[in-house]
Design a protein around this ligand. Structure first.
Ligand SMILES: Nc1ncnc2c1ncn2[C@@H]1O[C@H](COP(=O)(O)OP(=O)(O)OP(=O)(O)O)[C@@H](O)[C@H]1O
Ligand SMILES: [Mg+2]
Length: 275
């Protein structure tokens, strides 16, 4: 059902709840994307092992965010294939992938400034697509229960990132780092199986980064699959089970953090990007 919904372009919604313990591999095979004359991705191949945290590092402009966009469905590759559990989802739209359990955060947080922090999270809560309007009208009790559960989940997420006291403040008053944390919570409202985090620690208070890491590790231990783009190498070392290094749209190397950071080609790629 999940695959049928994806391949049909998301017009059919899968009815099964997404299990955080499901084990599906999301992969990109030889994907290329060009923006005019700029090759953002040039045959990049990557696979996110289920239940693991995969790091994606590389110099500015290497194509990391573009690869996330391709995996999440907001950018259609010129060439190459995206697969979920072996099924070709290259043409599946963002909402169908979200429904299949793929969520992502953005490098620049995308909160709605005039809504409160809590409202931003409730807006991200999954709707029940199987419900008809008539059923909804006559099933207020179950709707209320769903709302209560969403509020409970939102508040518990805010507690994990220490934003509870700001729950009723407009999101516009949050600092850059707090907005990144809200962005993470918004993605988690979907109870995703696979979460793509684009620079989750950018601007976050160093004192909170350790806690953020513990939170992500706990979610991984509950069965979540993560891909993380991050320039904070301490965080990559602490979190990632496997690391891909991207340079000029291609995977330069992959392996454990220690192995890839010892690779002279990786150092050269970072230095080259500074010239
Ligand atoms: N929408 C776009 N239009 C034009 N060029 C783009 C677009 N998005 C990305 N690019 C270009 O594609 C290349 C890869 O960009 P991308 O944002 O994927 O890099 P990145 O690895 O995420 O970099 P950073 O670490 O700075 O976030 C860059 O040269 C960038 O300028
Ligand atoms: Mg980026």
């Amino acid at each position: 059902m999940r695959d049928a919904a994806l391949q049909a372009g998301g017009t059919v919604y899968a009815s099964a709840a997404i299990s955080s313990r499901a084990q599906h591999t999301l992969s990109a095979e030889a994907v290329s994307v060009a923006f005019g004359g700029v090759r953002a991705l040039d045959g990049a191949t990557l696979s996110l092992a289920p239940g693991r945290i995969t790091g994606l590092v590389g110099p500015n402009g290497a194509g990391k965010s573009s690869l996330f966009n391709v995996l999440a469905g907001s950018l259609r590759p010129d060439r190459g294939t995206v697969r979920l559990a072996g099924a070709d989802i290259t043409c599946a739209p963002v909402h169908a992938r979200a429904h299949a359990g793929i969520a992502r955060t953005f490098q620049l947080a995308r909160e709605l400034d005039s809504l409160t922090v809590l409202e931003n999270l409730l807006l991200a809560a999954p709707v029940q697509p199987g419900e008809s309007l008539g059923r909804l009208l006559f099933a207020r009790r179950s709707v209320r229960r769903a709302e209560e559960e969403a509020i409970e989940r939102a508040l518990s997420l805010l507690t994990r990132v220490r934003l509870t006291r700001l729950a009723d403040e407009p999101a516009g008053v949050l600092s850059g780092g707090q907005k990144k944390l809200l962005e993470l919570c918004r993605a988690l409202m979907l109870e995703p199986e696979i979460l793509l985090l684009d620079e989750p620690a950018a601007g976050v208070n160093p004192a909170l980064i350790e806690e953020l890491c513990q939170f992500i590790l706990a979610l991984r231990d509950e069965g979540g699959t993560f891909a993380i783009v991050e320039h904070n190498m301490d965080m990559v070392a602490a979190l990632c089970d496997h690391v891909y290094v991207l340079a000029e749209g291609r995977v330069l190397t992959q392996g454990s953090f220690d192995v890839v950071t010892a690779d002279t080609r990786v150092r050269e790629a970072y230095l080259g990007a500074l010239q």
